[in-house]
Ligand binder design. Structure first.
Ligand SMILES: [Mn+2]
Length: 463
């Protein structure tokens, strides 16, 4: 039980795959950044083997998807970054086909004839030590050593699944080493702030919630004043806004000291702001694809905006895909800014209920339904509300429903949001509600709006 056994198992499965004759392959991967990088890795690897295949990206596995897949005429199905939770259903629906599931989600406990690769089966934690893209990478590396040059994609995927926490652990660290030795990633120490390649410096500080900088976070004027005090001008000689990457070493030092001083007393480790930065050596400076964290965000937004193929193209170095993906991301940011500014201008009116312990945001048509969950997530990380506060956000969909999302401020072992959303939903006759412990939701028919809010208030008040 352990890394070596997992690797042995992967070699066996790669060999089994190689032995299959006359393969007609269908690949199904997950819609998020981890799934998109997994799809890019398997795509490149299959191309290298000279194999034809078709690819679908799915948000989740469900009956409809499996029914459709079952009708298709492929004889070999490869699931990446999804599938482990549905082993028995997949086997039933895809009877007589060769199925490979390459995933890191907690697997269903079932005996099947599926080729199943999952770190959990070897007592390796798939939530922290390796991502779906990581497992896919190991599989393709076992297939052909040349695929070692795809390790950086697995790192972007792992970052997308929030497996980077002050560095990587376990297999992720091994994969990072591969990415560094193949010259694709450079690891540097730097200020742990999102957007250093692409955003003006004062904006990065203004939007910095991790670290939270008192008097600066959430306050543009405060951010500008803070930089002035440190003797760092926000514009360069040509009058253009400076980015974090434009600062001299001296200026970085001053900035770090300034932030640490501001944070003294407000948090446990004021010096926590320095960390590892992962730069993609082949990407251009100042591009949203230079820093692996920004790259991962770009892929996530491609998925969320239902253009995963742009993300896959970007991973594989396709210039046109990259340009389109970047302009898509810019549109997405605009939409996000619109949603946030609606929220801030409407705090205090009847559409936003802020109580001790919970917040209900009923954005109706003012926020796109695809943004409702994101809005709640951002607010949950914003220091606006205390630890343990539950945020319910609601927005109308175009087909007469309301998309309701539940998020939690901070981390709690006691609170499982899935139970809460299911309670709220059941009371108004909605059966389907789900997600994760800390992020979940359901669809509510618009005629049940009032009833649903009442049920939510009752449930949230009682906590
Ligand atoms: Mn994943």
């Amino acid at each position: 039980m352990g890394v070596e056994d997992l690797k042995q198992h992967i070699r066996t499965e790669a060999e089994a795959f190689r032995q299959l004759k006359d393969k007609h392959i269908k690949v199904i991967s997950h819609l998020d950044s981890d799934g998109i990088t997994a799809a890019a890795i398997i795509t490149k690897a299959l191309q290298r083997e000279g194999l034809n295949f078709s690819l679908s990206i799915a948000k989740q596995i469900d009956q409809t998807l499996l029914d459709e897949l079952g009708k298709e005429e492929y004889n070999c199905y490869i699931f990446t970054d999804l599938g482990s939770g549905y082993l028995s259903t997949i086997e039933k629906k895809l009877q007589g086909k060769e199925v490979f599931i390459i995933d890191h989600h907690k697997p269903e406990e079932a005996k099947t004839g599926i080729h199943h690769i999952n770190p959990h089966n070897f007592k390796i934690d798939g939530a922290t030590e390796i991502s779906g893209a990581g497992v896919t990478y190991l599989f393709t590396k076992a297939l052909n050593g040349q695929n070692k040059d795809l390790a950086h994609l697995a790192i972007i995927g792992a970052i997308g699944d929030i497996q980077e926490k002050k560095g990587f652990t376990g297999l992720n660290q091994e994969i990072l080493d591969d990415a560094v030795t193949s010259g694709k990633i450079e690891v540097k120490k730097g200020l742990n702030m999102f957007g250093s390649q692409t955003k003006p410096l004062h904006k990065i500080l203004e939007f910095s919630t991790e670290p939270y900088i008192p008097g600066v976070t959430g306050n543009e004027q405060g951010a500008i004043k803070f930089l002035n005090e440190l003797g760092i001008s926000i514009k360069d000689k040509e009058g253009k806004y400076k980015k974090l990457i434009h600062l001299s070493e001296e200026e970085i030092k001053n900035l770090v000291t300034g932030i640490i001083l501001r944070r003294i007393g407000s948090e446990k480790n004021p010096e926590d702001i320095i960390g590892d930065i992962y730069l993609l050596t082949e990407e251009a400076e100042e591009s949203p694809t230079k820093d692996a964290r920004e790259f991962s965000t770009l892929l996530n937004s491609c998925g969320r905006l239902k253009k995963p193929s742009l993300g896959i193209g970007t991973c594989l170095g396709n210039k046109k895909s990259r340009q389109e993906a970047i302009s898509l991301l810019n549109d997405y940011k605009q939409e996000l800014i619109r949603s946030l500014s609606w929220f801030y201008t409407n705090r205090g009116n009847e559409k936003i209920t802020e109580k001790d312990g919970y917040v209900i945001i009923n954005a109706e048509d003012n926020v796109k339904d695809t943004m409702a969950g994101t809005l709640a997530s951002i607010l949950s990380r914003s220091n606006l509300y205390g630890e343990g506060t539950i945020i319910l956000s609601m927005a109308n969909t175009i087909d007469g429903n309301i998309k309701a999302s539940l998020r939690l401020v901070g981390i709690s072992q006691k609170i499982d949001l899935r139970n809460i959303i299911q309670d709220i939903a059941k009371k108004v006759g909605i059966e389907e509600a789900g997600g994760h412990r800390q992020a979940c939701g359901c669809l509510v028919p618009q005629e049940k709006e009032e009833e649903f809010i009442k049920s939510a208030e009752e449930a949230l008040k009682a906590l």
